[in-house]
Write a protein that binds this ligand. Structure first.
Ligand SMILES: Nc1ncnc2c1ncn2[C@@H]1O[C@H](COP(=O)(O)OP(=O)(O)OP(=O)(O)O)[C@@H](O)[C@H]1O
Ligand SMILES: [Mg+2]
Length: 294
């Protein structure tokens, strides 16, 4: 697979993303365009469910690059991110060697050769270079040491494996990091990256997004749902709904054959959009308001 040529203008990238089912505003497209063109990693922060992860997936697909995803979590360490030795296969190999009594030095060296190396996302990305989009998802969940380690990888895109040598990316992959800001990231990491904040889209754009993802649903119903979701976001909810929830809600109503969002229908389908017990109570008390007019 060879990656497609890069878009030449911001406008072209907007169109390419749209063709892949992603609607980006000018700010986001510009940031992505600069990141791609100048080989800079980009950090996307924003509300929950506003398309941070999705934009990396769509970019990989429309640029015809391989998507390599490193999902971060508490306690993630370099083994899971970089590479591991395949112990099970090494053991089998050792057993075979000893049965045939051929355990010379060379055979032992081979135990730590490419054949027994398990590639993890960062090594895969270094090898793939600009044929890949590397998504480092939810980096705020990883701990400090892991962040420091990422910084090293991002600064020179080379990985040293003592038994094999240094592997360097022929040209860096496009790197997209996402964070939900459950904690502040370090300045050093931010300095390496371009930065873009993705907020909730304005209502007209959100309607468009839903219709791009769900072309069969009614635009009128979508407008009603988007208006209701925007009211929900004004309430003081523990988990305000993201674009993902808007899409889910419209999809649910469409599936049930509803054409209109009234308080009764809304109450029956709230599970698609409000997912906290306390939030549910607050919302139930205000349903007439929330669904009134669009
Ligand atoms: N601008 C957009 N264009 C098209 N689809 C979008 C857009 N924004 C959000 N979506 C839709 O919303 C869904 C959720 O987006 P995504 O999972 O990328 O959110 P996120 O910001 O990564 O959320 P989280 O913080 O929960 O990880 C996507 O599957 C996609 O369908
Ligand atoms: Mg995400």
């Amino acid at each position: 697979m060879t990656a497609d040529p890069l878009p030449e203008t911001v406008g072209q990238l907007t169109e390419t993303l749209r063709a892949g089912g992603y609607l980006a505003d000018r700010g986001l497209t510009t940031a992505l365009f600069v990141a791609i063109s100048l080989d800079r990693p980009i950090l996307l922060e924003g509300e929950v469910g506003v398309g941070k992860t999705e934009v990396a997936k769509v970019l990989a697909s429309v640029l015809n690059r391989r998507l390599i995803r490193l999902q971060c979590y508490e306690g993630i360490d370099t083994n899971q991110a970089l590479y591991e030795w395949d112990y099970a296969r090494q053991m089998l190999h050792i057993r075979a060697l000893s049965e045939h009594k051929v355990a010379d030095a060379d055979a032992v060296d081979k135990l730590f050769g490419p054949k027994f190396l398990l590639e993890r996302p960062l090594l895969a990305a270094v090898r793939a270079g600009n044929q890949a989009v590397l998504l480092i998802d939810e980096v705020d969940r990883a701990d400090d040491e892991f962040e420091a380690f990422l910084l090293e990888v991002l600064s020179d895109f080379q990985i040293s494996i003592p038994e094999i040598g240094t592997i360097k990316a022929p040209s860096p992959p496009l790197v997209i990091l996402t964070s939900n800001r459950t904690r502040e990231l370090h300045d050093a990491l931010k300095r390496r990256c371009l930065y873009h904040w993705i907020g909730y889209p304005p209502a007209e754009r959100e309607v468009e997004i839903v219709l791009v993802r769900e072309p069969d649903v009614s635009p009128a119903l979508t407008r009603q749902v988007v208006a209701a979701v925007h009211r929900l976001r004004e309430l003081d909810l523990a988990k305000p709904p993201g674009v993902a929830e808007t899409i889910d809600w419209v999809r649910t109503l469409h599936f049930l054959g509803e054409t209109d969002l009234d308080p009764v229908v809304a109450a029956d389908t709230l599970g698609a959009v409000v997912k906290e017990h306390d939030d549910l109570e607050l919302v139930r008390d205000n349903l007439a308001d929330i669904t009134s007019g669009a």
